[in-house]
Design a protein around this ligand. Structure first.
Ligand code: C2E
Ligand code: MG
Ligand code: MG
Length: 731
C-alpha cells in the first residue's frame, strides 16, 4: 500500500508533539527524584500522588507513558492497571514497586504492565525500557492507523464497485462467479446470489458462446488483455420489473487474468487465480446505432428502404441469381404528374400522397421483394425470386390497377397513375447500374408514349432516349430560330355548309426533319417545362393571325386552341389566361380551349373551379379526344363543358364495325342528353359524315372538309365564305 503525502504530514505532526508522562507515586521524594531524572530528556511530565488522582488524570487526557507505583493509598497500582485495561487504552505502563514478590509481578504483567522495576532501580535501565515502550507504542499506533486507513479504503472501493454502473465480476479457475457487484440486479434482474458459484455460460446467449469463451477465459493482463468485446447476456426471465420484450442485455466486456502476488516482493508470481472483468451496459448505444443504421438504409418519409439498401439487396440478388442461373426483375416506378400535384396542393399533401402510394404499392408485393423509394416520386421494385417476364407483367399490372382508386388528401379526391419501366437480369444486363438505368429508360418511354403503363427495356429505347434529349434541346431553339408554325383546320356545320370553327394546330418546322406534328414533341415539351413557352407562342400567333384580321373578326367563327395538362395544373391558370388573352385582344367568346379527359384525373375539384372561371368569362371549353380517357362520364355533369370532340379512333370505326357505329351513336346521344355540342374529328369519308349527320352530329372536322393549312389559305376560305354570304344577303 502506498503512503500518500497527507499521511506523511499527519505523522510529522504526531512526532512534533512532546512525549507526555504521568508519574504516579505516593512517596513524594521518590516521585520528585524520578521526575528530575526524566526532565533531562523530556519536558511534559504530570504527577499524581495516588491511584484516584491518577485515574482522574487518565480520564482527562491521553499520556504516552505511565510510570506507576503499586502500593498506594486510595486505589493501588493494580487498580489503576485494571482501569486502563477496562478502558482499552493502549498507553504503556511501567511499574516501579518496592515489592518484588512473584505474585505481585505476575499480577501486574497479567493486567497489562509493559515492564516492572524494583526499587531502587537503575535509571539507565529504566530509561532504556521507557524508550522501548515509546517505540513500541508508536509502532502500534502507526499500525492501527494503517489498519483503519486500510479499512476505510476497502470500504471506499467496495462502495465504488457496488455503485458502479458497470457489472464487475470475478471468475474462478473453472469459470464460475466468485464475486459480482450490485449492478447485476439492475442490468440483468438477477440477485447477486443467483450468480455466485454458477458458470458464466449460463448467462450468455447461445449465439455468443464461442466469443464468450474466448473473452471470459482471459488469462492475459493489462494492455494485452481483451478490450471492449461485445456480447449479449441473458436477463432474468422471472424478473417482474423487466419489460416482457427485454430478454437480453448487450454489454461491452473488458477482462483480464488474476495472478497471485508475492506480498514481500510485490511481484506477480506465476499462479493463475481466475479472471476479473467489467461489463458495460451498451443498450442505449446499440439503440442509437440501430437508429443510425435505420436512417442510413431507409427513406424517412415512407419508411421504405432507400437507394443504398436497394443496391445492397440488388447486389446480393444478382450474386444469388448468378449461382442459380435464374432471372430477376427490376422495376422503375414513377408517379405521373407528381410535380403538378405538389405545385397545386403544396408539399405537405405531396408528401402524404407519397406515403399513401408507398403503402398501396407495398400491399401488392411479396415479402421477399424489395420496394424502395429512390427520392422524389421515384420508386424501385426488386423481384429477386426466380421470376419470368410473364410474372413481372402481372406484378406491374397489379401495381397500375392499385392506383385506379382515388387518394383522399385534405378531403380532396386525387388520382395518380404510375409509369413503370422493367429490366430483366441477365437479358438486359448483369450489372447493377445498367439494370437500373435500363429500367429508368423504359419508364421514360412509358411517360413519353402517354404515361400510365409499363414497358420492358429493349434496344430501341437507347435510340428513343437519345432522341428525347435531341428533341428537348431542339425545341429550346425552335422558338428562338422561328421554327414554329401554326396550321388551321376548319370545322364545318353540315346543315349550313359553313365554317363555324377552326382548330389551331401547332407544327415544328424541324431544320433536318421538316414539318413535325405535335405528337412528336408535345410530351417532351410537357416534361421539360418548355410547354409554357409553346402555349404562349400559340396564343400570340392566333391573336396575330386571326384576331387582327378584319374578315375573321366580322365572322362568328370560333377558334379552338389545344392546352396541355401542365398549363391547367398551374395554380393561377384561369386568371393568367384571362389576363393574357385580354392583352392580346382575343375575344373570349370567340375562343374555345381543348383539353383532354386525363387532365382532370388528379384533381377534379380544382379543375371544376378553374374551368368555371374561364366559362364565366365567356370562354368555351371542349373535351378533346372524348372517349379515349379513363375518367367516368360523371364529370361531364359537374364540369362546365360546352363541347365534346369525338375522337378520330371512333369515327374511323363507323364504316368498319357495327360496334364502332353504335359507340359513336351513344356518345352523340349522351351529349345531346346533357345539352352539350358535339364535334366529330377526323372525318374522312362521306359515309362517315352522312352517318354522323343522321345522328344529329352536324359539326365536323377532317380531311374530307379540309386539312390543316397555313393561315393565309384558311383566311382565303373565310373570305370566300363571307363574300358569298354577304352577296346572298344583298341578293
Ligand atoms: P387533336 O387536338 O385531337 O387534333 C386533331 C388531330 O387530328 C390533328 O393532328 C389533325 O391534324 C388530325 N386530323 C384532322 N383531321 C384528320 C383526319 O381526317 N384524319 C386523320 N387521320 N387525322 C386528322 P395534329 O395536328 O398532328 O395534332 C396532334 C395533337 O397534338 C392534337 O390532337 C393535339 O392534342 C395536340 N396539339 C396540336 N396543337 C397543339 C398545341 O398548340 N398545343 C398543345 N398543347 N397541343 C397541341
Ligand atoms: Mg384538339
Ligand atoms: Mg382530338
Amino acid at each position: 500500500m502506498e503512503t500518500s503525502l497527507i499521511d506523511f504530514e499527519e505523522q510529522a505532526r504526531h512526532l512534533d508533539k512532546p512525549v507526555s508522562f504521568l508519574v504516579v507515586d505516593d512517596e513524594k521524594r521518590a516521585r520528585e527524584s524520578l521526575i528530575g531524572l526524566l526532565q533531562r530528556s523530556w519536558t511534559d511530565i504530570t504527577e499524581a500522588e495516588d491511584g484516584d488522582q491518577a485515574i482522574g488524570l487518565i480520564q482527562k487526557r491521553q499520556f504516552n507513558l505511565i510510570i506507576l507505583d503499586l502500593n498506594m493509598p486510595r486505589k493501588s497500582g493494580d487498580q489503576v492497571l485494571s482501569f486502563i485495561r477496562d478502558q482499552r487504552l493502549t498507553t504503556p505502563v511501567i511499574v516501579i514497586s518496592g515489592e518484588a514478590s512473584l505474585n505481585k509481578v505476575t499480577e501486574a504483567m497479567r493486567l497489562g504492565a509493559y515492564d516492572i522495576f524494583k526499587k531502587p532501580y537503575n535509571f539507565d535501565e529504566l530509561e532504556h525500557a521507557i524508550r522501548n515502550a515509546l517505540d513500541r507504542s508508536r509502532i502500534e499506533e502507526e499500525k492501527s492507523q494503517i489498519q483503519s486507513r486500510l479499512k476505510h479504503s476497502e470500504q471506499l472501493h467496495r462502495y465504488m464497485v457496488d455503485n458502479s454502473p458497470d457489472l464487475i465480476y470475478i471468475l474462478d479457475l473453472t469459470g464460475k462467479f466468485t464475486f459480482v457487484n450490485d449492478s447485476v440486479t439492475r442490468l440483468l434482474g438477477y440477485d447477486k446470489t443467483d450468480l455466485i458459484g454458477k458458470h458464466y455460460s449460463e448467462f450468455v446467449i447461445e449465439e455468443d458462446h464461442l466469443k464468450a469463451e474466448y473473452v471470459f477465459n482471459e488469462r492475459r493482463r493489462e494492455s494485452r488483455s481483451n478490450r471492449n468485446i461485445e456480447l449479449r447476456l441473458k436477463c432474468n426471465p422471472l424478473d417482474p420489473e423487466r419489460p416482457f420484450e427485454v430478454t437480453t442485455c448487450p454489454i461491452e466486456l473488458n477482462s483480464m487474468g488474476i495472478y497471485s502476488v508475492d506480498s514481500k516482493e510485490k511481484k506477480v508470481v506465476g499462479s493463475y487465480q481466475g479472471t476479473y472483468g467489467v461489463a458495460r451496459d451498451i443498450s442505449s448505444r446499440k439503440e442509437a446505432e440501430k437508429l443510425i443504421t435505420y436512417q442510413a438504409y431507409h427513406d424517412l418519409l415512407t419508411k421504405l428502404p432507400n437507394r443504398a439498401m436497394l443496391y445492397d439487396r440488388l447486389d446480393l440478388a444478382i450474386k444469388q441469381a448468378k449461382r442459380t442461373s435464374e432471372a430477376l426483375i427490376v422495376m422503375f416506378i414513377d408517379l405521373d404528374r407528381f410535380k403538378l400535384i405538389n405545385d397545386s396542393f403544396g408539399h405537405v399533401v405531396g408528401d402524404q400522397l407519397l406515403i399513401e402510394v408507398a403503402e398501396r404499392l407495398k400491399t401488392e408485393i411479396r415479402t421477399g421483394d424489395t420496394l424502395a423509394r429512390l427520392g422524389g416520386d421515384e420508386f424501385m421494385l426488386l423481384l429477386p425470386q426466380p421470376t419470368s417476364r410473364a410474372q413481372a407483367e402481372r406484378v406491374a399490372q397489379k401495381l397500375i390497377t392499385s392506383m385506379q382508386q382515388p387518394f383522399f388528401l385534405k378531403n380532396k379526391e386525387v388520382y395518380v397513375n404510375v409509369s413503370i419501366g422493367i429490366s430483366v437480369y441477365p437479358d438486359d444486363s448483369s450489372d447493377i447500374n445498367t439494370l437500373v438505368k435500363n429500367a429508368d429508360m423504359a419508364m421514360y418511354e412509358v411517360k413519353s408514349s402517354g404515361k400510365n403503363g409499363f414497358i420492358f427495356y429493349n434496344d430501341k429505347l437507347e435510340h428513343a432516349a437519345a432522341e428525347k434529349i435531341s428533341i428537348e434541346s431542339g425545341l429550346r431553339n425552335a422558338i428562338k430560330n422561328d421554327e414554329l408554325e401554326m396550321f388551321y383546320q376548319p370545322q364545318i356545320d353540315m346543315q349550313t355548309e359553313q365554317i363555324v370553327g377552326v382548330e389551331a394546330l401547332l407544327r415544328w418546322n424541324h431544320p433536318k426533319l421538316g414539318l413535325r406534328s405535335p405528337n412528336y414533341f408535345i410530351a417532351h415539351a410537357e416534361e421539360s417545362s418548355i410547354i409554357d413557352q409553346l402555349t404562349e407562342w400559340v396564343l400570340n400567333r392566333v391573336a396575330v393571325d386571326l384576331f387582327s384580321d378584319k374578315t375573321f373578326l366580322e365572322s362568328e367563327i370560333k377558334v379552338s386552341v389545344n392546352l396541355s395538362a401542365t398549363d391547367i395544373r398551374q395554380k393561377e391558370f384561369p386568371e393568367n389566361l384571362v389576363a393574357y388573352i385580354e392583352d392580346l385582344h382575343i375575344k373570349p367568346n370567340r375562343l374555345e380551349i381543348e383539353i383532354t379527359e386525363n387532365m382532370f384525373m388528379s384533381d377534379i375539384q380544382s379543375c371544376i373551379y378553374k374551368l368555371q372561371v374561364l366559362s364565366n368569362k365567356g370562354i368555351s371549353i371542349a373535351i378533346d379526344d372524348f372517349g379515349t380517357g379513363y375518367s367516368s362520364l360523371n364529370y361531364l355533369r359537374e364540369l362546365p363543358v360546352h363541347t365534346v370532340k369525338i375522337d378520330y379512333s371512333f369515327v374511323s370505326e363507323i364504316e368498319h364495325s357495327k360496334k364502332g357505329a353504335a359507340l359513336v351513336a351513344a356518345i352523340v346521344g349522351m351529349a345531346q342528353g346533357l345539352g352539350i355540342n358535339v364535334i366529330a374529328e377526323g372525318v374522312e369519308s362521306t359515309a362517315q359524315s352522312e352517318y354522323l349527320d343522321s345522328l344529329g352530329c352536324h359539326i365536323m372536322q377532317g380531311f374530307l372538309f379540309g386539312r390543316p393549312v397555313a393561315v393565309n389559305d384558311f383566311l382565303g376560305a373565310v373570305n370566300k365564305q363571307q363574300a358569298i354570304s354577304s352577296s346572298l344577303s344583298k341578293g
